[in-house]
Write a protein that binds this ligand. Structure first.
Ligand code: ADP
Ligand code: ADP
Length: 229
């Protein structure tokens, strides 16, 4: 059973056809890099996979189960599918540790103590545990993005979606975030990453998907993709 499957998915913003008959099947442990020009629907596609955006037709299946846009279903979906955004989306008035424990306590019904223990383990994994009592605004962009990855991991997802995770970062901070992503990739996480980091794609991707005007126009393994651009 694929980890993620999109069958003839269409999404409109009003009358604008943003995703056109998208078909995609991602196996467990597979790493997909999605690229393509600005406005081609990359972000919309991954936001639709975890139902931050609703699609109008077609089916999205996670581990073989079709997802529906009802609250219960979405709560279950969010446990399986974690997401990392371009602009981190941390809660500014909560400490790093609080950012990481909120969802596990609310949605996974972990005790506060349990959630904190797990959060510290994930913060150590992204090498930021020493900043746990600080607020997001006190951290660099690269550090905040590593926290955002740790926060996603705290929900123990088996699929992670990344929407241009390094695009808002100063160049010197990109490497530290890509390193964490590569570690997750090596550990077998299923990953769908919208990114312009072609070095990362080359090293990590099993498959590169190229989007244009709301369609998947090309799919290739990274080696042939980079040899025939
Ligand atoms: P990409 O991630 O490839 O840059 P997006 O998925 O962000 O592309 O956007 C695809 C298209 O959909 C763009 O033309 C964009 O302007 C449009 N779009 C994205 N979000 C919305 C929205 N909330 N309302 C209307 N149009 C949108
Ligand atoms: P990003 O570079 O992070 O994709 P965008 O500027 O494309 O940022 O989009 C930021 C937000 O604005 C997103 O929530 C997206 O859905 C929304 N958006 C993008 N394009 C449009 C549009 N044409 N009309 C309305 N909302 C849009």
């Amino acid at each position: 059973i694929p980890a993620v499957e999109l069958r003839h998915v269409n999404k409109y913003y009003g009358s604008f056809h943003a995703l056109k008959d998208i078909e995609l099947s991602v196996t467990k442990g597979e790493k997909i890099v999605v690229c393509g020009p600005s406005g081609s629907g990359k972000s919309t596609m991954i936001r639709t996979i975890n139902q931050l955006e609703e699609h109008q037709s077609g089916e999205i299946l996670i581990h073989g189960d079709e997802i529906y846009a009802d609250a219960h279903n979405i709560e279950l979906l969010r446990r399986d599918v974690g997401m990392v955004f371009q602009h981190f989306n941390l809660f500014p008035h909560m400490t790093i540790l609080e950012n990481c424990t909120l969802a596990p306590v609310l949605a996974r019904k972990e005790s506060q103590a349990e959630a904190e223990t797990h959060a510290m383990q994930y913060l150590e994994k992204v090498r930021i545990a020493d900043q746990a009592q600080k607020y997001p605004g006190q951290l660099s962009g690269g550090q905040q993005q590593r926290v955002a990855i740790a926060r996603a991991l705290c929900m123990k997802p088996d699929i992670l979606l990344f929407d241009e995770p390094t695009s808002a970062l100063d160049p010197e901070m990109i490497g530290e975030v890509l390193d964490v992503m590569e570690t997750l990739a090596k550990e077998g996480m299923t990953m769908i990453c919208v990114t312009h980091e072609m070095g990362f794609a080359k090293r990590v991707a099993d498959r590169v998907i190229f989007m244009d005007a709301g369609q998947i126009v090309e799919e290739a393994d990274p080696i042939s993709f980079f040899e025939n651009p």
